[in-house]
Write a new protein. Sequence first.
Length: 189
Amino acid sequence: MSTKRSKLEEVSPEVRASNAQGQKLNEARHAAQEDYRRKQSTPTSPAEHTDRIARLAKGEVVEPSIDDAAAKRAAAYLCHDLEEACELHHKQFQPIKHRALGELAKTLLPEERSTLKRMAAGLVEAHLANRDFLELKDYLIGEGGLVGICLTDTERVLGHPNDRVSDLAILLRELVAVGALDKLPVGLA
């Protein structure tokens, strides 16, 4: 069962503003990287230089000459600066995000508790059923064999019902610790 929940951005205006700023920085960084790649791959053609000189000779007004090396360096510096700005923004965003997540988690605490209680009840039932199944299996083995009963190896997944260090036992202890389960099942206490 999937529940429709609000996104963190919808709950916290700080997160929404920070995400918007981060998106603007990322867009600017990508644009700067594209500009830098374009400047790196586009050499100055001698024809442009010849055309410029010819226009100057005719007395036309020509825009100032752009130094390709300086333009490439400026583009590289901008890329580097925007990369650092993105990293700084990410570091500054983390406390905002954690604070907002903490507030959101407080509102979801009742849902978490009810879900954990449902899980605990199911796990306790699985543990008890596993204990009964293994008891039946041990009885049949004691009587001479397992004719007519499934040889399912439940211990591989659920552990032995009296094994206090099985994965299931550890999980059940955690559920007792958080208050989702009142006490450990018989055999694990």
